[in-house]
Design a protein around this ligand. Sequence first.
Ligand SMILES: Nc1ncnc2c1ncn2[C@@H]1O[C@H](COP(=O)(O)OP(=O)(O)OP(=O)(O)O)[C@@H](O)[C@H]1O
Length: 379
Amino acid sequence: MIHKFEKCVCAEGIIFILEKKLKIRARFLTKEYDMMKTKSDMLKTLLPFGNTNIEKFWALKGVSFDVYEGDSVGIVGLNGGGKSTLLNIVSQIIPPTSGELEVNGQTNIISVGAGLNYSLTGRENIIMKCEMLGMSDAEINAKMDDIINFAGDQVIQKIDQPVKTYSSGMKSRLGFSVLVHQDPDILIIDEALSVGDAPFFEKGVARMKQFKAEGKTIMFVSHSIAQVEELCDKVIWIDHGRVVMEGDTSEVLPKFDEFQKTYNKKSKAERNKITHDSGTNFTLEELREANPDEPDRYFSKRLYDKPFSWQTWTAMIFLMYVLVLTIAASIKNKSILFALIHPLAIISIRTVIIFAIVVVAMILAGKLTRRNKERHVMD
Ligand SMILES: Nc1ncnc2c1ncn2[C@@H]1O[C@H](COP(=O)(O)OP(=O)(O)OP(=O)(O)O)[C@@H](O)[C@H]1O
């Protein structure tokens, strides 16, 4: 693990050197989304060979940074800049398209409703999330009342109702409350404090400050300059998927504030054009060329993000077909060779059709699940 040494001066004027562990190391992270404009585009993304001509959108275009133990880092940027995408990648909820990420510690993401199951009640969600975070039944029971009370009166009243009946503020307060009652190493907070009321906000800020005092590592997305200023020592400013500037809060925040004011004066059409152009005009090749000294592995698409090649699809389907034939042959007491030469003597046409339907349904279900997961996370 990489370390850094920081010179610190305590209140008595004594200078000491602090050793800090590297907690998050991101190198050239990118994220490419399919732009599904029509229903036929949605269908195409489900087909093995259909999504190559769908317009792509690059939400991240090579983001690199280091976060050390005890750092409290604010992520700022205009709407659609890529902040939530970045935090979801760092939390390992969605995979990057390319680039490298190293996270040393347990990450918890707190964002509006992230990870809640809307058909379960608030109480059941608390149990589910606590279990996912490795807590025992006894620990969950011991913390249950504190978690519910922290979430506030509205949540207390509806704690045994399904979460789909909660307002977005209530969902956020519930998610926030569960996570601040854990002991994570790295806290990743995406806009969780902006939807609560004033008393909840104050409680949330106080809890964040406590985490900070305990030396936890925090990454915090917020549109509120005041919140970032209050909670963060460092700031990463992201615009259109690229890091514009990073450094001490006092250095970066005023520059971002100035930029934001100028941008807000532009017309809606001008802003939309900038977003669209900067999202589509990007290639991994161009990123590689701009960074000739960096290893090639940073600039290759990850295998799980690529659609399978047609050879892989054919091999997988053939293997499944052989498996079905083998099972049918053993039931009918025939050899596998006989089954391969005379498949229709072993299985009927109807079985072959059912097999084909099952294979296609499995492929579509797999693709739909992955896509819905990413969309749910980004909601
Ligand atoms: N699943 C998706 N499919 C297609 N495009 C997406 C998807 N998720 C996000 N995007 C696009 O990626 C870009 C970055 O989105 P992201 O939510 O990361 O931005 P953000 O900086 O968090 O925005 P905001 O400040 O408005 O919350 C946006 O243009 C968004 O429309």
